[in-house]
Design a protein around this ligand. Sequence first.
Ligand code: SF4
Length: 418
Amino acid sequence: MKYFIKTFGCQQNKADSERIARSFAARGITQAKNYQDANYIVINTCMIRRSAEDRVYGLVRNLVKLKLSSKGRSASGRKIIVTGCMVGLCYRDKTGKYLAKVRELLPDVDEFMPIEEVGFDNEPVRQNKTNGWVPISNGCNNFCTFCVVPFTRGREVSRPFEEIIKECQKLKVSGYRSVTLLGQNVNSYGADLIMTNKADSVAHDTFPLRGSSSYFGNPLLAEPYHSRHLPKFKPVYVKHLGRYRIPTLFPYLLEEVAKIGFENVDFISSNPWDFSDELINVIARNKNITRTIHLPIQSGDDAVLKRMNRWYTQTEYLELITKLKSQVLNVKFTTDIIVGFCGETEEEFANTVKVAQLVGFEKAYISMYSQRPMTAATEVFADNVSHEVKKRRWEILENLINKPNLDKIKMNRMYLYG
Ligand code: SF4
């Protein structure tokens, strides 16, 4: 018996697929080279953009055309299993409408498997032999209005601290040279552990959960947090980039992983909100932590950021960049940008261009906005920027950031006259 996994989307999905692979390997089922050879075809889905969702529908249709569906083929016993974000959304949409839609569009699928069933207990079958992906959390609490992740993966849940350290130590012993810590918002890691008093396994007595000038007590949280290894202290909120946040354990986790001795420790994706001074200090003093930081901006315009429910301003984002540049030698930045978000005017777009010029991003993952089910933007705003305008704005940023050698005169002409 053989399995084949097709993974769409981000590194977190790829890391999930490595754990799915283990669940097959544990039953003596081996990896097939292609769909044709497989008894189990697993499709790990992404919902971040409509195009990613459509690719899943297209793939299943093609498998059916190739007669690779089990339906109507009793002899083969082949199963098509869909998992990942599409299934997460099906299970979280209490109206059942999305599940009904998916069942209608994918009648040949044998099983819809929630990714939570895979969990973190399965040791991954790693595809990359030098860099290990290690998920540290799952889900997100931020509810950016364009983003479906809080609905596909649910609220943020952090993995136990010790479990992550053990997995990283094992990678090092196995000869891995680098590690990438993964999460939708890695630098909010541990806020849920602190809030729910589940950080007992954190052996640390110096991490500045209180005492930092940027933190202040939250009167709503009367019960002090305590763990086996820490003195009692009150959970506190930090006001950072326009929002109150719970302090996180990520700086400490990152430093502990760095101390294991990898050549490079990377992390994706981080959010400007949780990029605390403590985190900057940890990066600055550990030379094996990445110097290329992925810091999604999404838009450089304050009004668009507000509509996106991302409460930092252009100025605050640029201040954070300046702070990082001044404290972390040779730091570089990559980012995510959405063009053509609901109601984005030329003036608003021009502010994103301005930020791109000021920061000098190494690379940007630029996407044209598309409506996603259950998100606030879909419910509240009109998707009223035409595809042509989105495409032109995408090209302008793509040429500016990702093709820096393009003729600047041609680029300026494109920007000015479309
Ligand atoms: S922080 Fe990232 S994952 Fe979370 S809602 Fe916003 S865009 Fe989505």
